[in-house]
Write a protein that binds this ligand. Structure first.
Ligand code: NDP
Length: 309
């Protein structure tokens, strides 16, 4: 079995070491040193050059190095029929949950306000709000959004989620489809976006969505920068309709120095670190699929190209 490792941002030596812990005889090629491209069975990729994967005639599986696959599907010259699998990893999910809890809790407990008070040298106490009356809305109730919703619910928040299909998660109010979005937004004081970036979800955090949130709501985006229409969010922050935004992802990344998010007083930003793919744990679903591929068994965590996730 020959696997191509194709990522400029990940360490091929580290990845080769963890992959070989599980499959010692795995033939790993590190792009651009592909060797004979006819040998390649699978490619493990992050932001590959468009058209590159089409050069491998016997490729049977494309593995994303992350949970999101928009970086794969963005390639207009992707081989048409090769299955695409993504990473589903409790380690990766755990990082996302930690970040979501931190960001929600920071707004819920007024820590953003206390940060300002400290800068002003002001000693002032605010009432502690009731979590059960705080509507937290999670956009996307999949592997990561579902986990975020359940942990936030365990903290006592009044949690709802929005997805394409209805969900039955303990303690989580489920809204689904286009018709479910407005009622979901109307009861959301703190919005957490964990949607995949697809043609349907690109630009979803726009003026219309923001206007449908209650005045004073907060926005947290840990999904992809392309979900947000930056100018609309800034306008909603400036008007006071949205009280604050915590953003981990941007378009483009790195966020250009001149972008107004860097200096906006109501924006908190981090450099796409809500979670990071840790080879030690993320290797497990990759190995599972390589073993299935070798044995001719059905693959797992496959992406539906039509829906884009
Ligand atoms: P999943 O595929 O497991 O879940 C996606 C969820 O979004 C599902 O509930 C799905 O609905 C819902 N959804 C998709 N399209 C629509 C739509 N058009 N309308 C309503 N709901 C929709 O993905 P994950 O939870 O694993 O990951 C989510 C995203 O998180 C990734 O795509 C990635 O971009 C981002 N991410 C960011 C990281 C970071 O560090 N910032 C790290 C890891 C991931 P349904 O259940 O009905 O199919």
């Amino acid at each position: 079995m020959a696997l191509l490792f194709l990522s400029k941002g990940d360490d091929p030596v580290r990845w080769a070491a963890v992959l070989r812990q599980h499959i010692p005889d795995l033939d790993i090629r590190v792009w651009p040193e592909t060797g004979d491209v006819g040998d390649l069975d699978a490619a493990l990729v992050w932001n590959h050059p468009p058209g590159e994967l089409r050069r491998y005639p016997n490729l049977r599986l494309i593995l994303s190095l992350g949970a999101g696959v928009n970086h794969v599907l963005d390639d207009p010259d992707l081989p048409a029929t090769v299955p695409i699998a993504r990473i589903v990893d409790p380690g990766l999910t755990g990082g996302m949950v930690e970040y979501a809890v931190w960001a929600v809790m920071r707004y819920h407990r007024n820590l953003d306000v206390y940060e300002r008070f400290q800068r002003e040298g002001k000693w002032k106490k605010l009432p502690i709000p009731d979590a059960s009356r705080r509507g937290v809305g999670v956009l996307g109730l999949g592997e990561i959004g579902g986990a975020c919703a359940q942990v936030l619910s365990a903290f006592g928040f009044w949690v709802a989620g929005w997805s394409r299909t209805p969900k039955n998660l303990d303690g989580i109010v489920s809204y689904a489809g286009d018709g479910g979005l407005k009622p979901f937004l109307a009861r959301t004081d703190i919005l957490v976006c964990v949607l995949p970036l697809t043609p349907d979800t690109r630009g979803i955090i726009n003026a219309e969505l923001l206007a449908a949130l209650p005045k004073g709501a907060f926005v947290i985006n840990i999904a992809r920068g392309g979900h947000v229409v930056d100018g609309d969010l800034i306008a909603a922050l400036d008007s006071g309709h949205i009280a604050g935004a915590t953003l981990d992802v941007f378009q483009p990344e790195p966020l250009p120095q001149e972008h107004p998010f860097w200096r906006h007083p109501k924006v908190t930003l981090t450099p796409h670190i809500a979670s990071l793919t840790n080879p030690d744990t993320a290797v497990l679903p990759i190995i599972e699929n390589l073993r299935r591929l070798a044995a001719g068994r059905p693959l797992v965590h496959l992406v539906d190209r039509k829906s884009g996730y």
